[in-house]
Design a protein around this ligand. Structure first.
Ligand code: 5AD
Ligand code: SF4
Length: 429
């Protein structure tokens, strides 16, 4: 999400005549695109601000800006720190050139207005990846779900969908420029909806249109909400080989009591039924998830229920977090953050240990299979190996052939010979 926002920001600033540099010492303007989802994300930005302050000390004319969710959440409080000259929320990127123009070290500028319409739909993002294989495309902004622990609806505002024509134009453009994979991004893609004279477009329709651009363009998406993922979407995925066999379906907790308190609006049973449907249509589909350990009032039994559902689904991969109270959310207002840090951390460790086992089991099941792999480039660990992902989004590493040069963006067939919990290891066939 943030990479995609940064690419929109680069496009807006490039149009205003700015050039991008990664060399902080050469920059006239230093922007940090921020995330507020957990407290530690914000803490990292505060330490980055110290680094920027050192630049400002040496070169007082340098402007420092905080953009994105933390700008939206903290607003003027960021200016009070006196370390920041520009504060721009997620719907204020178009005003960045004007804010930069007006700002001076003793004249900070702020725009944190949230919009009901802004989707940056007409802006062709300036891609920042070097490989040129895989691109992110934002299809909607904001979120209307108000899960009780989550700050996103407050920092990114109400949900709005982007015009499908602009999404398709962007996907065609990246394909024509040689990209082989697009990931459609939204906080809750299942509620994507666009109404026009030509008819209505829901997420399954949009996904299908993107998949039809070209059979060798892989399509991924994130994130689905278990309460909303429809049979139509799952069946559409099943009909297209280039829609990747991987669904990110955040469960958060396996306990109905916690799910209710989290305001997720599904039960464990409902969730497991969605998993059954996915497996019925696509037996080879990977399922990944997000889990929160130690939410308000979580008992040992609730925690066991989370471990239980993880085993039952057998997740291929998971992002796992300790609950971090976010000021202003429903949970912060209504429930005490009462799980002691050592208990939260112990539960998180148990969740991580279990997921490592499940990932290893999932990868072990793939030994002996062959996959189509989209090559990303040399492996980081050993540059004589190549790496890339299969449709299930698993990283595959294999020796590069001595005689031919396989370029990033090539599809190859790989037979899996062994694995770790993180990687499949194989050979070209
Ligand atoms: N504390 C911990 N994890 C959180 N997430 C969202 N808000 C919080 C929070 N307050 C996690 C959820 C979500 C992922 C993007 O971040 O698991 O799916
Ligand atoms: Fe946050 Fe829930 Fe929206 Fe995801 S669906 S962004 S967890 S409020």
């Amino acid at each position: 999400m943030n990479v995609s926002d940064s690419e929109v920001i680069f496009a807006i600033l490039a149009k205003a005549g700015y050039e991008r540099t990664e060399d902080m010492a050469a920059a006239d303007v230093i922007l940090a695109n921020t995330c507020s989802i957990r407290d530690n994300a914000e803490q990292r930005i505060w330490s980055r601000l110290e680094l920027f302050a050192a630049q400002k000390k040496r070169r007082p004319e340098v402007l420092v800006g905080i953009v994105g969710c933390m700008a939206e959440r903290l607003k003027e409080k960021l200016l009070d720190s006196r370390k920041v000259d520009i504060v721009a929320g997620p719907d204020a990127y178009r005003s960045l050139p004007a804010l930069l123009e007006a700002a001076a070290p003793d004249n900070p500028q702020i725009n944190v207005l949230l919009s009901r319409e802004e989707t940056y739909g007409d802006i062709m993002p300036l891609r920042t990846d070097r490989g040129g294989v895989s691109a992110f495309i934002s299809i909607m902004r904001g979120c209307n779900n108000v899960c009780s622990y989550c700050v996103v609806p407050y920092t990114r505002g109400a949900e709005r969908s982007r015009d499908p024509e602009t999404i398709l134009a962007e996907a065609r453009d990246v394909y024509e420029r040689g990209y082989k994979e697009v990931t459609l991004l939204g906080q809750n893609v299942d509620s994507y909806f666009w109404k026009s004279a030509a008819g209505n477009t829901d997420f399954a329709d949009l996904l299908e249109s993107v998949a039809r651009i070209a059979p060798d363009l892989r399509v991924r998406y994130a994130t689905s909400h278990p309460k909303d993922i429809s049979d139509k979407l799952i069946e559409t995925m099943g009909r297209y080989a280039n829609i990747c066999r991987c669904i990110h379906l955040p469960v958060q907790s396996g306990s109905d009591v916690m799910l209710e308190k989290m305001r997720r609006r599904y039960t464990r049973e409902w969730y497991l039924d969605r998993v059954r449907k996915i497996r019925e249509v696509m037996p080879d589909c990977a399922i990944t998830t997000d889990v929160i350990a130690g939410f308000c009032g979580e008992t040992e039994q609730d925690h066991q229920d989370t471990l239980g559902i993880m085993r039952e689904v057998g997740y291929d991969y998971a992002y796992m977090f300790a609950y971090s109270e976010r000021p202003g959310t429903l949970a912060a207002r209504n429930y005490p953050d009462d799980i002691p840090p050592e208990v939260k951390n112990r539960r998180l460790t148990e969740i991580i240990d279990l997921q490592n086992e499940l990932s290893l089991e999932s990868n072990t099941r793939d030994v002996g299979k062959t996959f189509e792999v989209l090559v990303e480039g040399p492996s980081k660990r050993d540059p004589s190996d190549l790496c890339g992902r299969n449709s299930q989004n698993k990283m595959c590493v294999f020796p590069a052939p001595g005689d031919t040069d396989i370029r990033p963006g090539t599809y190859v067939t790989v037979r899996i010979l062994s694995c770790t919990s993180a990687t499949l290891l194989g050979e070209l066939v």
